[in-house]
Design a protein around this ligand. Structure first.
Ligand code: GH3
Ligand code: MG
Length: 412
């Protein structure tokens, strides 16, 4: 991500350069005046621009108009801030303006650039029967790089929600047929507050509380200021990002990113509850002689081997649940497969992994794993299933390792 900073003060440039340097994903070009900024925008593709409002060769925001005309999301740095200036900048369509006050102002600039970058991943559904009102909200959101989808009423909104994942829903209250609160009730039957944030918009004071009571995360009184709109939206998105981080910490293995033991078990438990005669296979995989890999190449190389194996399993087993259930032990839950089918799948992965040469810590490492697979059809008993797969895996170890074994029917 490349960012253009147009600023003539060397102090401000130094502070921003220091702050941006802390994020290795951002590359920054500095221009001390409008002429250099023009030349740079002709040469390079930028993700966003941070522009001083007043420059020696552009005393009245000319550079801002230039970067906006180039389609660059623009953040303005300004030493002057009054109502007239605020309106003018909003009217131009800038992302935000930052009053040059202290180092926190500059930190805010960097955070805003990072936020804009993440916003590209979020889809927002805007529901309003008025096209003009929808467009107003859509423009504000697009300025902050959200992907926006419109719906002209509750029915259209429900159709859109079924088509893909949304992070945020913004709805008006008064609409023909179904009002905003009724829409929220319908949506909340399927999507919880942690998955989809909802903001209600209304001109009526008494509707605000109703929105919250029926499942909105927040509301905004109309008419609203763009700045207030952005503050509300940003804090909801931040809360969702935090939630997602918490979810990942609780459910995924920190080293490899696959499911941890607890999450894998709970997924299997859900499957056991739902399975109506549908079978499930469980494979236990254990890397061979992993201790000697650590001893020979170091613990860090060992960690990298675990990451590589997890990556391979995730890629080859997209439809299934892969988890790290012990130090160098992985489990794979495969619903809907017969034992034979599961064996063929894991056997193909065994062949692939045992023929790979991993490049870890500048060393060439060859590895293999042993696996045991068992199949359960009804009355899935999770602990027993794990014990059985484990037992078969140990048989594979005893038989010489680098081997995938399927449980013998008579021992099932
Ligand atoms: P076998 O073929 O019989 O499975 O032998 P093994 O050496 O793979 O098995 P053993 O249980 O003797 O050793 C497992 C080793 O895995 C011991 C432990 O230090 C290492 N280990 C466990 N967790 C991690 C980890 O997160 N990172 C690294 N690098 N090593 C780990
Ligand atoms: Mg092992």
């Amino acid at each position: 991500m490349r960012v253009l900073v147009v600023e003539d003060s060397s102090t401000v440039t130094k502070v921003l350069s220091h702050l941006f340097a802390q994020d290795s994903s951002i590359e920054v070009d500095f221009a001390a005046n409008f002429a250099v900024a023009k030349a740079l925008t002709e040469q390079n593709e930028y993700f966003a621009a941070v522009c001083d409002r007043c420059l020696p060769d552009a005393p009245d925001g000319e550079v801002i108009e230039w970067t906006l005309a180039k389609g660059l999301p623009t953040i303005v740095l300004t030493a002057r801030m009054d109502e007239e200036e605020r309106c003018r900048l909003q009217g131009l369509g800038v992302v935000d303006y930052v009053f040059k006050e202290n180092r926190f102002s500059y930190q805010y600039v960097v955070q805003l650039v990072q936020r804009l970058h993440r916003n590209q991943n979020y889809r927002v559904l805007v529901v309003d029967d008025s096209q003009v009102a929808r467009k107003q909200v859509k423009d504000l959101l697009e300025r902050h790089l959200f992907e926006v989808v419109e719906a002209d009423g509750a029915a259209a909104a429900m159709v859109q929600l079924a088509t893909g994942e949304f992070t945020l829903l913004i709805t008006d209250y008064e609409m023909p047929d179904t009002n905003g609160v009724e829409l929220i009730c319908q949506v909340r039957e399927q999507l919880k507050k942690e998955t989809l944030s909802i903001v209600g918009l209304s001109g009526q004071e008494e509707v605000s509380a109703k929105f919250i009571k029926y499942g909105a995360n927040d509301f905004l009184r109309k008419p609203f200021f763009a700045e207030e709109f952005y503050c509300r939206i940003n804090s909801l998105i931040e809360a969702q990002e935090l939630n997602q981080k918490l979810w990942q910490r609780a459910n995924l293995d920190y080293l490899t990113g696959v499911a941890n033991r607890r999450y894998l078990m709970s997924q299997l438990a859900d499957l056991a509850l739902q399975s109506k005669g549908q079978g499930v296979c469980l494979a236990m995989l254990d890397i061979d002689h992993f201790k000697s890999i650590n001893d020979r190449y170091g613990h860090q190389a060992g960690d990298q081997v675990l990451q590589e194996v997890a990556k391979e399993l995730k890629q080859s087993l997209k439809r299934f649940i892969v988890g790290r259930v012990g130090g160098e032990e992985f489990a794979v839950v495969m619903p809907g497969l017969t034992g034979e089918q599961a064996w063929r799948l894991i056997e193909a992965i065994r062949r692939k992994i045992s023929s790979m040469v991993l490049n870890c810590q500048d060393q060439q490492i060859q590895i293999s794993f042993s696996a045991g697979i068992c199949e359960a059809n009804d009355n899935i008993e999770i602990d027993e299933l794990f014990a059985r797969a484990d037992e078969v895996m140990y048989q594979a170890k005893e038989a010489g390792r680098n081997l995938v074994l399927l449980e013998e029917p008579e021992t099932a």
